[in-house]
Structure formats: C-alpha cells, structure tokens
Ligand binder design. Structure first.
Ligand code: NAP
Length: 278
C-alpha cells in the first residue's frame, strides 16, 4: 500500500478505525472524513503512530447532509491529486424517524446518499488513479429488505431495524451498479458484511434497540476481526480485478435475490441522482 492514498469515512470508531490503522501500518496515506474534530484528531494521532511520516489528513463533514458531503468531496478532490481507494463505511441506525434539512430520512441520507455523493465527487480522482478501488461497507441486515420506490424515505410505518436493512440493501445495489458503470475503467467496486461486531454501532440509536444491542454485543466479534474484509478489499492483490461482489470473511458471498436485481439497482441510481440534485 506504500504510496497509495486511501479516503475513508467512519474511521473515528469501530471497524473503520481499525481498518484505517491497519492500512496506515501497511504504508498507505489516510484521508479521513469525520464529523467530530476531537474524534478526528484522536484518530489522526493513532494513524501517525501506526504509519509515521505519511501526512495523514482529516476533513470534516456531517455525511447525513447533502451539501456538506458534496463540499467535503470537492475539498478532498482539490487537495488530493490521486485517490487509490475510497472506503465508504460511516453508518448508523435510528430508532425513530428523523428528517434531514434536505428532506431525506436520516438513515437513507447517512448510509446510502453519502456513499453515492462522495464516490461521485471523487470519481475523477479515482479514474485518474486507476487501478483504483471503491469499498462499501454493507451488512447482512439487508437480508430481509426490499425497496419501495414509492416510499424511499420510509414515511410509512417506520421501524428502525427495517429501515437500516433497506439502507444496507441500497449499499449492495449501488455497488453493483457502480461496478457495471465502471467496467473497463480500472476502478472496481465491492461491498461487504463485516459480521456482527462489538463497536459503538447502535448505542446512540435511541429507544429499546440501544439497550438490546448493548446486551447482544456480548456475542459479537471484535472490531479487529470485523475490519478484516475492509482491509482485504482495499489492499489484497487477490481482488484487484474483481468488481460488483459482496464479501464476507474475505470470501465472495451471495446476497439476497433483491440485492442482485440489476433493474432495481439501475432505478436506485437514477432516483438517487435526482434526490442529490445531480
Ligand atoms: N457493528 C456491526 O455489527 C455492523 C454489522 C454490519 C455492518 N456494519 C456497518 O459497519 C459500518 C461501521 O460501523 P461500526 O460498527 O464501526 O459503528 P460505529 O463504531 O458506530 O462507527 C460508525 C462511524 O460512522 C461515523 N458516522 C456516523 N454518522 C456519521 C455522519 N452523519 N457523518 C460522518 N460520520 C458519521 C461515526 O462517527 P463518530 O465517531 O463521530 O460517531 C463513526 O466513525 C456501518 O456502515 C455499519 O452499518 C456494522
């Protein structure tokens, strides 16, 4: 990874933080997108220990906001002549429905829209750096989900876990469509399930879910283990030419039929573009 630039979201905690540290230790220069300066600086300090002399950087944005995500993508594109790997990983679950100032449901905005916008904003840099990789953290929580294009913002009958599952289905569908559209460019796109990992995930979701997930985490794997597939997809020569895949434990896995529906993936792409004002 020496000489490569890796842009990563959600590296101030959990699996993203471990993945960033591992990639820095392998010689990559990390560019973080974080929302909290104190947490961003703390992660940078750890990166400087793991990968010294590499001028790791942090940029700040609330990835649930369209304008903020567009702005940070433009800021990184202006600062970084090359982006070899983009890891879209920041994500959250919200027990109660919230609407962002853009009029988007907050899970959809944070977990799906930000992946789309950041990748779109860094597309030229990725193409210029080819071979390059996009790695999107999804989840097996997609397994019971289907998309309803008449209610992408989950305004009817909001259930936090179901809405989260739909956003993770969006991650896989988006990755497939990105891979299809990027064929022949040298830019690959793959998604992954990290496993059930004991991170801060869900702690601030509110309602009974926060309590249930804290208890359930007794059975979860460590962030070190959960980060493995991110690091593998970002760095391994084994997957240099694989694109459009869904991975678990460094292996290709089969997502649900709903997650393999290319017509739905294409429609999600155009609906997202419209919502993003692109
Ligand atoms: N944990 C699991 O069992 C599990 C299972 C399957 C998939 N996943 C996925 O793994 C990914 C990482 O989650 P994790 O388990 O490592 O959870 P985590 O410890 O809660 O980390 C989430 C990260 O996302 C960042 N983030 C959240 N909302 C953001 C926003 N609006 N703007 C900018 N950054 C934001 C957080 O920043 P702060 O530090 O500022 O909060 C943090 O760095 C997520 O996509 C999640 O869906 C997790």
């Amino acid at each position: 990874m020496r000489g490569t630039v890796v842009v990563i979201t959600g590296a101030t905690s959990g699996i993203g933080q471990v993945a960033a540290e591992r990639l820095a230790a392998m010689g990559a220069r990390l560019v973080l997108v974080a929302r909290d300066r104190t947490r961003g600086e703390a992660t940078l300090a750890r990166l400087r220990e793991r990968g010294p002399g590499l001028a790791h950087r942090a940029h700040y944005a609330d990835l649930s906001r369209v304008a903020d995500t567009k702005r940070v993508a433009a800021e990184i594109a202006a600062a970084e002549p090359r982006v070899d790997v983009l890891i879209n990983n920041a994500g959250a679950l919200f027990n109660a429905r919230q609407v962002t100032p853009d009029g988007l449901e907050r899970t959809f905005a944070t977990n799906h829209m930000a992946y789309f916008l950041l990748t779109h904003g860094l597309r030229e840099r990725l193409l210029a750096s080819a071979p390059a990789r996009v790695v999107n953290t999804s989840s097996n929580a997609h397994r019971r989900a289907t998309l309803d294009f008449d209610d992408l913002q989950s305004s009817r009958d909001y259930k936090g876990l179901e809405v989260y599952g739909r956003s993770k289905l969006c991650n896989i569908l988006y990755t497939r469509e990105l891979a299809r559209r990027s064929a022949g460019t040298g830019v690959t796109a793959n998604s992954l399930h990290p496993g059930f990992v004991a991170t801060r995930f869900g702690d601030e979701s509110g309602g009974p879910f926060s309590y249930v997930i804290r208890v359930a985490k007794v059975f979860a794997i460590s962030s070190e283990k959960g980060a493995e597939t991110i690091v593998y997809l970002a760095s391994s020569p084994d997957v240099a030419t694989i694109s459009g895949g869904y991975f678990y434990q460094n292996q290709l896995a089969t997502p649900t039929r709903a997650a393999q529906d290319d017509a739905v993936a294409g429609r999600l792409w155009s609906e997202t573009r419209k919502l993003a004002g692109l």
